[in-house]
Design a protein around this ligand. Structure first.
Ligand SMILES: NC(=O)c1ccc[n+]([C@@H]2O[C@H](COP(=O)([O-])OP(=O)(O)OC[C@H]3O[C@@H](n4cnc5c(N)ncnc54)[C@H](OP(=O)(O)O)[C@@H]3O)[C@@H](O)[C@H]2O)c1
Ligand SMILES: *[C@@H]1O[C@H](CO)[C@@H](O)[C@H](O)[C@H]1NC(C)=O
Ligand SMILES: *[C@@H]1O[C@H](CO)[C@@H](O)[C@H](O)[C@H]1NC(C)=O
Length: 342
């Protein structure tokens, strides 16, 4: 129905046989004016209830602009909460899609879905990462009510416990600073409900690991200094590697843009892992947790590494698949996360 409408609009000054009709100049102009605006109706994707009717929408209007217009009549649904689709069950339109270029007529029907309360990525990452940093330190300083009264504010006699605290804190401080100053997110927000799940995971594991590592009865690694040194080397290399990858990804995306490109190795040797894997940042991340597990020789840390590895493999596979789909000339040697294997 929508398509026929736009055909009529075109035929008005073309004539039915497709030949231009000799219309007087003034009238032709009037017809042109008539198609200068679109009408947009927004229906609820579930109930098909009509939520909003916008007349006189400019053809060049973007979905972002339509979301802004919609918010004016429904302030509870701010733009980041809205998903607009052409088909009630189809994919969400992108903010930068232009009305005129969509397969709609001069009257467009869009279906609305409420994505739920949203929270910005920066806020998400700050809460996710500040938590473990703070929680770990509570155990490190042995604040009261954790290990029993006589240990309050005492400190461990094992060097590795202090080193572990430095590594753990460094890791999360690095993450916090990267979130603030390095990453360029393409999606502005994420659903609020996700944050509860993520925080339970990060905060819970941090508390569990910290409890054992800082425990007064903690026993240092079997192979002593040798083992700690090896672990520290792995940890440091992976942290630098991870940071290098984040800088390389940042440089792929000019400030304020949303473009996505194939990442390639740069002059920095730590980025050469891009020759073999799609998500070297995850490879390094897993590596540094393995380093931390060797250093502390502690079961909860090993478990955290394993869970993290599983999750990151899932993300890396997804990312790898979308790279393959998006770029036809994607380097064939690359695997998602582990060179030649996985
Ligand atoms: N559900 C999933 O499949 C999935 C996958 C990965 C991450 N996550 C979420 O993300 C969180 C951690 O992921 P993360 O630490 O890896 O961070 P991230 O959310 O992936 O963010 C890293 C930043 O680097 C950018 N970037 C990545 N590849 C790029 C490229 N080829 N060109 C230009 N810029 C690029 C990202 O852009 P983009 O925003 O465009 O990616 C993003 O701004 C998790 O807590 C999880 O909730 C979910
Ligand atoms: C890690 O790498 C993947 C693949 O390049 C990317 O999608 C993701 O955003 C990166 N994470 C960060 C925090 O840069
Ligand atoms: C490494 O990268 C991942 C994803 O890009 C990030 O979430 C994590 O904090 C980083 N890990 C380390 C060890 O810095």
């Amino acid at each position: 129905m929508d398509i026929s409408l736009s055909m009529v609009a075109k035929e008005a000054h073309q004539g039915l046989d497709g030949l231009p009709m000799p219309v007087p100049h003034k009238i032709a102009k009037k017809h042109k004016k008539a198609v200068l605006f679109f009408e947009v109706e927004i229906l609820d994707a579930k109930t098909r209830e009509k939520l909003c009717f916008l007349d006189k929408v400019e053809p060049q209007a973007t979905i972002a602009e339509i979301k802004n217009l919609f918010t004016k009549t429904h302030p509870q649904w701010y733009p980041a909460r809205q998903s607009l689709r052409l088909d009630p069950k189809g994919k969400s339109l992108k903010d930068e899609d232009v009305l005129q270029k969509l397969p709609v007529g001069t009257t467009a029907t869009l279906f609305f879905r409420d994505l739920g309360a949203q929270i910005s990525w920066v806020t998400v990452f700050l809460t996710e990462y500040a938590g473990p940093l703070f929680i770990y330190l509570l155990f490190y300083f042995r604040v009261p009510f954790i290990y029993g009264h006589k240990y309050d504010f005492t400190s461990s006699r094992h060097t590795v416990v202090h080193l572990a605290c430095i590594c753990h804190s460094f890791h999360y401080i690095k993450r916090l600073l990267e979130t603030l100053f390095v990453h360029r997110f393409s999606h502005g927000t994420m659903p609020l409900r996700n944050i509860f799940k993520n925080c339970t995971y990060y905060w819970g594991f941090a508390a569990w690991m910290a409890y054992y590592i800082n425990h007064p009865l903690y026993t240092p690694p079997t192979y002593g200094t040798q083992q700690v040194k090896l672990a520290l080397t792995i940890f440091v290399i992976c942290q630098i590697g991870n940071f290098s990858i984040h800088m390389a990804l940042r440089d792929l995306r000019p400030a304020g843009s949303k473009t996505r490109k194939i990442p390639y190795p740069t002059k920095n040797p730590f980025t050469w892992l891009f020759l073999l894997v799609s998500c070297p940042n995850y490879t390094y991340e897993v590596g540094s947790w393995i380093g931390f597990a060797i250093m502390t020789q502690c079961v909860p840390v090993a478990l955290f590494s394993l869970v993290g590895f599983t999750q990151m493999t899932i993300w890396a596979k997804g990312k790898h698949r979308s790279y393959l789909k998006e770029f036809r000339d994607y380097p064939p040697l690359r695997m998602p996360i582990i060179p030649f294997l996985l």
